[in-house]
Each structure stands twice: as structure tokens, then as C-alpha cells.
Ligand binder design. Sequence first.
Ligand code: CP
Ligand code: NVA
Length: 305
Amino acid sequence: MKHFLNLSDLGKEGLLKVLDVADNLKATRGTPEAPQPLRGKQIALVFEKASTRTRLSLEVAVSELGAHPIVLTSTGSQLGRGEPMKDTARVLGRMVHGITLRTSDESRIKTMVEYSGVPVLNALTDQSHPMQLLADLMTVRRHFGQLENLSCAWIGDGNNMASSWIEAAGLLGFQLQLACPQGYEPDPVFLDQARSRGAKILVTTNPQEAVAGAHVISTDVFASMGQEGEAENRLKDFAGFQLNSQLLNHADSKAVVLHCLPAHRGEEIAEDVLEGPQSLVWDEAEARLHTSKSVLLWVFDQLPD
Ligand code: CP
Ligand code: NVA
């Protein structure tokens, strides 16, 4: 049985295949060739944190692949009243064929895997956001025609998104430079894993150094979900880490800008950059749909040859 807990579960070949299939699914959407190989399956989409894009893309993806999505949120289920994950997992496993889970600590995903007995997909944890990286890589590859020989930069918090960028760099071998304020460095576990795979990764506290010559520049909120109490302090600690046009001037002249969204304009990203000609954020958001379908097909061994 397959689970998609992190990008490494796909391996390099699987990751590239998922991106190829996502491109095909985009091209055939709404046509008679659009496949429905998940007909008859029930898929639970469990959200212990808020979501717009992930919920929307998964709900549409599951139903367009012929399966039935069932959304469970903390507030609308017994999870929010403290029912243990291992109990929820066993009940879900008796009724559905697959589960996507957005939660806080990754240990809760591991519990879901252990107790549900069905395929589980990571829809964001505090540690990683691999589904978003599939969409980011699809967007970048469609724009540049390749992922090799690219230099990518990450500006801001060494958070779940940064970890998944690091994992992608380790699998695919592109260059990655991260600029994070002191005390907000990326997870050393992801860094060590990627470096052991031969990835060239620079971690600096200087945003200009990170974006120098970069083709792709990504950022994310300074305070992630669950860190709302730190937001005020983080605003101070992240001074100088805004992705704005001055910083963009240090990148390659054809550089593109990504943001997983939601964005806080005027904090981690300037309005004119988010809305500007180098921003691919709406393509990136759309790519969530095609890559969600593709990774669901991978989990259920339904990827076309
Ligand atoms: N990018 C992303 O995961 O967005 P949501 O939090 O809206 O799902
Ligand atoms: N780092 C952000 C990503 C949101 C999609 C968070 O975890 O809130």
C-alpha cells in the first residue's frame, strides 16, 4: 500500500512521472479522454487546520477522478472535541478507501497511517507541504520547460514549505538558496537528507545573496497556521525579508515569483510583486488541482503508462 507523506515517497522517477501526468490531466480536463479510474472509491479529506486551495483542489480532483470526497473538519467532527486520532483513523479505515490529512505535527499523520489501514496523503503538516511542491514544480517546469539547471531561492521562514523545497532540490538536483532570519533556519533533518543526496543548498541570512541570479523566487507567510501568537514578534524578526521589487532586481532578469498563498501583502511580499508580470501565483494555485489528481492516481496505482 502506498502513502504520500513526503516527496521522497515518490522518488525522482515517480515525482517526474506525477508531473508528466499532471500536464496531461490539465490538457485533457473536461474532454472524453479525461480518466475516471477512482470510480466507486470514497475518499476522506480531513482538515485539522484551515484551507482554501487544498480543500478545493482535492474535493474537485477526487470527484473528477470518479470518486466521492467526504470533508471532515475539526470543528465539524469529534476530532475538535478531542477524540483521539487513532480512534478516528480506525473508523475512517472501515468506511473509506483513502484519506488526505492536514494536521499539526506529522506524528498525527503517522498515527493515521498506522491505524486506518488505507492510503494516506499529507495535505500539510507543521513539517512539510509536499502537495504544494508538486504544484510549484509543475508551474516552474511549464514556464521554463525544464527543472534542471535552475537556481531557486526561498526567502523567509524555514517552515514546512521551505522543507519541501529542500526535499525537492535533493530529489531533482536543482540549486537552492534559502535566506532565513537567524533563529528561523530550515529543519536540519530535511537539509541533511537533501545534502546526502548531493543537493547544492545554501542557507544564508542575506536575502540578496539568496536571490542573486535566481530563476525562481518563493516566499510564504512569516507566521504559519498555529503561530498566530508569534505574529507580532515575527514581523520584527523578519524585517528586511520582504519579497519586493528591489530584491527582485538582484535575481535573473527572467525570474518568476511563487507564493503558495494565502499571502499577506505588505508583509512577506509586496503587492506590486504579487500582482506583477513575474508572478505565477495563479498558475501555481491552479496546478494544485492537476497535481492533486496525479498524486491520487499514484497512491492508488492508477497512473497511466
Ligand atoms: N497553499 C495552500 O495550501 O493553501 P490553503 O491553505 O488555502 O489550502
Ligand atoms: N506555511 C504556511 C503554508 C500555508 C499553505 C502554513 O503552514 O500556514
